[in-house]
Structures are given as structure tokens and as C-alpha cells.
Design a protein around this ligand. Structure first.
Ligand code: CIR
Length: 259
């Protein structure tokens, strides 16, 4: 089965980091309600959802994806590129140790989990403002013994690699061609986002279903026409914090039954 680690929306969300979008007023209660609907959607797709308590002093802490990379064999705690986010790591680490042995990226390395796209035994890591060469090298050294390769990927004008490309199934990726070089992923079948929906490439795959923001109906239609089962959730307030759907959970396989 699947486990999804999440963290409740911080009351301080309005003080979030922003890089590529303008600051807009955030309704934290609405963000929280949207986040709860997102958690319910993950449950409906078969995830056991762990809801860690809100962190009042950590504005971006709802975006748990950035503080860890969870593989079948091991989990890696990251060192986020934004200093304001480094306090988020320890709490997620406590929960992860219940499921995996845990390794960690050390200073001066930085990695944001949003930059890490695992495709088979290769982890593609965005060479973004958040993930530095030292962090990418450390990740490679930590994971080589587990049989994973790590490859840096340039990104252009977006926050994270997974703003630009995510996986739809074992053979297919959803891609925003302005933000990453298609040729890097030429061995996959590539579906492009609708050009009117710049931020639409970020979807969560759970089994054979895809969870995506409701604000990208044209890209959603492309995916439906390509045969995918798509669940759309309204995450408009979280999008004002430069979040999307992958960033709000750490989804990974767990053995056993619900409990
Ligand atoms: C940040 O800039 O770090 C947050 N405001 C948004 C992080 C979104 N994370 C993600 O998409 N993986």
C-alpha cells in the first residue's frame, strides 16, 4: 500500500518564500481547507495519510516534499536551499524513521526534494537555485551503494525540476518545454502541458491515477484524452505560496495493512 506524509498548513503561510511569482494575499483558512481536500483525495486513491501537526514558526512547512527523498530502500533528509526552511527537516525525519533507514545531506550541500525526479534507478536532480552541485554530489555518493544513479538537470525560470516535468506512468512524462530541455528525457514518451497553463506539469502519480490542480483544465483534458485517470483538486491558495501538488506530500510504498 501507499503512505503519504503530509503536514497541516502553517498559520504563518503568508510569510512563505517566493521566487518566480508575485506575492498575493493568502487566505490561510482556505488554504487549510484545500489542503484537507487534497489529503482526502490521496486517501481516495489508496494512501494512508499521515498528517503531522502544523508548525506555527515555519511558513512553508506544508510543502513536505522538499525536506526528504523517499525510496524503497532508504530515505534521504535534504538540506533545503532556502535557509528559512531548514527547520522543517527534523520533524519529518522523526516520522520517516518509522518507515525507512534515514541518511542526510550535509552542509554546504543543498537539495530541495521538489528538484528530485526518480525515473527507475536514476534520480534526475534540478540544478536550480535550491539544489547546489555539492548537494547533488552528496546525493550521488549516498545512493550509489543502493544502486541508484544521480544526474543533474538544468532548469530554466522555474522553482524546481518537478515544476517542469513529472511522471505519468513508467514510460511517459508530462513536460513544460520552456523550463527544461526535452532532449534530456527523449527516451520517454513526452506529453506537453497546454501552453496556456505554464505551471501544469506538476502532477502526483499514485498507482495508475494522477492528482493535479483543478486550475489547469486544458492539460487535464489532454491527460484524459491520453487515457489517464485524473483527479483534480483546488489548490489555488497553496499555488499563491508557489506550491502545487507534489510538494504537499511524501508518497511512498509501505508494507502491510492499514494501521
Ligand atoms: C518555497 O519557495 O520553498 C515554497 N514557497 C514553495 C515550495 C514548493 N515546493 C515544491 O513545489 N516542491
Amino acid at each position: 500500500m501507499w503512505t503519504a506524509i503530509t503536514r497541516e498548513v502553517s498559520p504563518a503561510l503568508a510569510g512563505c518564500e517566493l521566487s518566480f511569482i508575485e506575492r498575493d494575499a493568502i487566505d490561510v483558512d482556505r488554504a487549510s481547507a484545500q489542503h484537507h481536500a487534497y489529503q482526502r483525495a490521496l486517501e481516495a486513491l489508496g494512501c494512508r495519510v499521515v498528517a503531522l501537526p502544523a508548525e506555527p514558526a515555519l511558513p512553508d512547512s506544508v510543502f513536505v516534499e522538499d525536506v526528504a527523498i523517499v525510496l524503497d530502500e532508504v530515505a534521504i533528509l535534504t538540506r533545503p536551499g532556502a535557509a528559512s526552511r531548514r527547520g522543517e527537516v527534523a520533524g519529518v525525519g522523526v516520522e520517516l524513521r518509522r518507515h525507512r533507514s534515514v541518511l542526510a545531506i550535509e552542509a554546504p550541500g543543498t537539495i530541495d526534494g521538489g528538484d528530485v525526479l526518480r525515473l527507475g534507478r536514476t534520480l534526475h536532480v534540478g540544478q536550480s537555485a535550491r539544489s547546489n552541485p555539492e548537494g547533488i554530489a552528496q546525493l550521488g555518493a549516498l545512493l550509489a551503494p543502493h544502486g541508484y544513479a544521480v544526474a543533474g538537470v538544468p532548469t530554466f525560470g522555474c522553482l524546481h525540476l518537478k515544476s517542469a516535468v513529472t511522471q505519468l506512468d513508467d514510460e511517459t512524462l508530462l513536460l513544460q518545454p520552456q523550463w527544461v530541455d526535452r532532449e534530456r528525457f527523449a527516451s520517454f514518451r513526452l506529453i506537453e502541458i497546454d501552453p496556456a497553463e505554464a505551471h501544469a506539469a506538476n502532477v502526483v502519480r499514485v498507482g495508475d491515477a494522477l492528482l493535479m490542480p483543478a486550475s489547469f483544465p486544458r492539460t487535464q483534458q489532454r491527460l484524459i484524452e491520453a487515457g489517464y485517470k485524473v483527479v483534480a483538486v483546488d489548490v489555488s491558495e497553496l499555488q499563491k505560496a508557489e506550491g502545487a501538488v507534489t510538494c504537499c506530500s511524501l508518497v511512498f510504498r509501505t508494507a502491510g495493512t492499514v494501521g
